[in-house]
Design a protein around this ligand. Structure first.
Ligand code: SF4
Length: 394
């Protein structure tokens, strides 16, 4: 940790008074590497910037989590979600299983069906090709599209798919059946693809490929969720570089509806089981710097990955908790249960914010989403309240 230079301190002061200030690379790196003594000043600044953006409310999306398949052709060093065919727990959901979860979620007031799945498993595993053939589809993305369409047509939930890399054509097709979608950038460091690094043997985590998808989504004006995963071996400069890449893409295309800052958590029986986790102050500092870099973008951090101190994340300028499920576990981080929604509301309220249920697409991106198909436009009309939040908020 280094003390803040006079330059960074004066930049912070300038930011506080600037109506539309954004933080550049050099000061962002200095703030990210600053000592704990200056953390309170940094957090106070982030809170003031956040208050100019969306005062008084913090949003969340009430969702069910649908792990359509946990087969994946990548082998990220921190992942406990993925399986090879035949491993205990390996599973591809059937359409009936998907609709059962959706129906249970409807009864609990959920408005989002989050599809999370491994990346193109059929390219590596003949077993997945067989499964898809039995289900009547040629690829995982085609199966996903059909399930999103079914959720849209047969339930009150709105799909939000997270399927990994996609071509322009698949972005276009999925945007017709889902109001928003996501792909975590995670990092722009291709160093992490090296032997024994976090993305060793994870070809879909090549940063250039992920940036290409996010840019293609921007060209098609698809409301898009992305973010970074901190603490997987990136340097401070690389972390800032990834945030700048996201900001730049949003400045060019105006489509990034939220930026997630996710903290790495070490999981047993993974190659990174003994890797150090980012501590609380690292997370707070990163969130505050991200807020100052992106003063008018939705900034999200998952509460379950910072339990029991997750409410402190509000001190760093976030305005969204992401998807929280009253029904399904976080299959990506199964050891970290979602906070109970009443508790989330209480703790958010204690920090001075009202908790508000949003749809998977944020109000300000609703028009972009509706432009992709008439069916979607009609469903969004039914699902939204006059301000663009969830009409049937639980
Ligand atoms: S993090 Fe995603 S891409 Fe990486 S192994 Fe797990 S499921 Fe596959």
């Amino acid at each position: 940790m280094v003390a803040l230079t006079q330059y960074a301190l004066s930049s912070l002061a300038e930011l506080e008074s600037a109506e539309r200030g954004t933080l550049g690379r050099e000061v962002a790196c200095q703030l990210l590497g600053s000592s704990d003594e200056v953390l309170p000043a940094l957090l106070a600044c982030a809170q003031r910037v956040r208050a100019r953006f969306k005062p008084g409310i913090v949003t969340y999306s009430r969702k069910v989590f649908i792990p359509l398949t946990n087969l994946c052709r990548d082998y990220c060093g921190y992942c406990t979600f993925r399986r090879d065919p035949g491993q205990p727990g390996a599973h591809t959901m059937t359409p009936d299983e998907v609709m059962e979860v959706v129906s249970a979620g409807e009864h609990l007031g959920c408005t989002e069906a989050l599809f999370s799945l491994g990346d193109k498993p059929e390219l590596l595993f003949p077993e997945m090709r067989d499964t898809l053939r039995r289900l009547g589809y040629k690829s995982t993305l085609q199966y996903l599209e059909a399930m999103c369409e079914r959720v849209l047509r047969e339930s009150s939930l709105l799909p939000h798919p997270n399927p990994g890399l996609m071509s322009k054509e698949w972005l276009r097709r999925l945007a017709r059946v889902s109001p928003s979608m996501g792909l975590m950038l995670e990092t722009t460091s291709s160093r992490l693809l090296a032997h024994d690094a976090a993305h060793d043997n994870a070809p879909d985590k090549e940063p250039a490929k992920r940036l290409r998808v996010i840019e293609d989504a921007g060209r098609q004006k698809i409301p898009f969720t992305t973010g970074i995963l901190i603490g997987i071996g990136e340097t401070i400069e690389e972390r800032v570089h990834a945030l700048l890449a996201i900001r730049d893409l949003h400045e060019r295309y105006g489509h990034i509806q939220e930026v997630i800052i996710q903290n790495f958590r070490a999981k047993p029986a993974t190659p990174m089981a003994n890797w150090p986790e980012p501590d609380r102050t690292d997370m707070l500092r990163t969130l505050a710097v991200a807020r100052l870099m992106m003063p008018k973008m939705n900034l999200q951090a998952p509460p379950n990955l910072s339990d029991p101190h997750y409410a402190d994340l509000l001190d760093a300028g976030i305005n969204d908790w992401g998807g929280v499920s009253p029904l399904t576990p976080d299959f990506i981080n199964p050891e970290k249960p979602w906070p109970h929604l009443d508790e989330l509301r209480k703790r958010t309220g204690a920090k001075g914010f009202a908790l508000k249920q949003r749809l998977p697409v944020y109000p300000e991106f609703m028009a972009q989403a509706a432009a992709h198909s008439n069916e979607l436009a009609q469903r969004l009309d039914t699902a939204r309240d006059p301000e663009g939040y969830a009409r049937r908020a639980a």
